[in-house]
Write a protein of this length. Structure first.
Length: 286
């Protein structure tokens, strides 16, 4: 068993105890002769968005990245480093850490497993959203959890014409729709009545938000399918958000295409990890 090449640390410095936990992690790995590279503390508005050049050398320097914060921190880190293919291990400082593998109570024990390389690498499917305006590509981005198209701050119903591979599915009137990955099935999609899927699966989940219909059902499609949403609301504000963290206003007749991304998020898990046990602990007993 060889020594770990290095560890990258991405903290949410605004979280309580973040500095303390980062100090413990750094001391632990440095004591085992493993170099540690930490994203420095930023201004509040940049707390999780370091300049991308800070990561360019990480594939040569680090073997895995540890994200310290909550699910939001993990999601942003996943989007930032997906192109580099670096595995991510989450340490939860929040309330419900569905994406984080480690809780603070088991920190040292888990770090021992990391330094001994007693872990597995899994893969989480990501989404790519392409927005077309007047027939031209206007914006493109990736997300780990979901792509949400929803109404603005005013209580107006919006209508979203939705297609699967150009085949018409439904013209949803209501507050919007969510296109989620299995990883995102325990997020907003679940709150909107969507199903829970094992995050190792590769599917897209389409869930309407408060639809003005007599039925409300999610639709699950395969990883090769393309979900297309066309904004059919001329006078109501419509927004697109990715992982609840990035987004902008859409316009009438904007076309949003959501598909499986070419990149994925590699995650570090331990032999004792069990999604269904976690589901029981986080949701059934919440």
């Amino acid at each position: 068993m060889g020594l770990l090449k290095g560890i990258g640390l991405i903290p949410n410095w605004q979280k309580e105890r973040a500095s303390e936990v980062i100090g413990k992690i750094s001391t632990f790995f440095e004591g085992h002769g493993v170099p540690v590279y930490i994203v420095p503390e930023k201004e509040p508005l940049l707390k999780l968005s370091p300049p991308i050049e800070e990561f360019r050398e990480w594939p040569q320097k680090v073997e895995l990245v540890i994200v310290v914060g909550g699910d939001g921190t993990f999601l942003r880190a996943a989007r930032e480093i997906a192109m580099y293919g670096l595995p991510i291990l989450g340490i939860n400082l929040g309330y419900k850490g569905f994406l984080s593998e480690i809780e603070l109570t088991g920190l040292e024990h888990s770090l021992e497993k990391v330094v001994k390389k007693e872990y597995f690498l899994g893969e989480r499917m990501m989404l790519r959203a392409d927005v077309y305006r007047d027939g031209e590509l206007f914006a493109s981005s990736v997300s780990l959890n979901d792509v949400i198209i929803s109404r603005g701050p005013f209580s107006r119903i919006i209508r979203l014409d939705t297609y699967i591979n150009e085949d018409f599915l439904e013209s949803y009137p209501g507050d919007g729709i969510i296109v989620a990955t299995p990883t995102g099935s325990t997020g907003y999609s679940l709150s909107a009545g969507g199903p829970v899927l094992n995050p190792s699966l590769k599917t897209l989940i389409i869930t309407p938000i408060c639809p003005h219909l007599l039925y409300q059902r999610s639709v699950i499609v395969g990883e090769e399918e393309v979900v297309t949403v066309i904004v059919n609301s001329e006078y109501a504000g419509v927004f697109i958000t990715l992982d609840g963290q990035e987004g902008f206003a859409l316009q009438y007749k904007d076309r949003v295409e959501v598909r499986k991304a070419d990149c994925s998020t590699r995650v570090v898990t331990f032999p004792t990890s069990n999604f269904y046990k976690l589901l029981h602990e986080k949701l059934m007993r919440a």
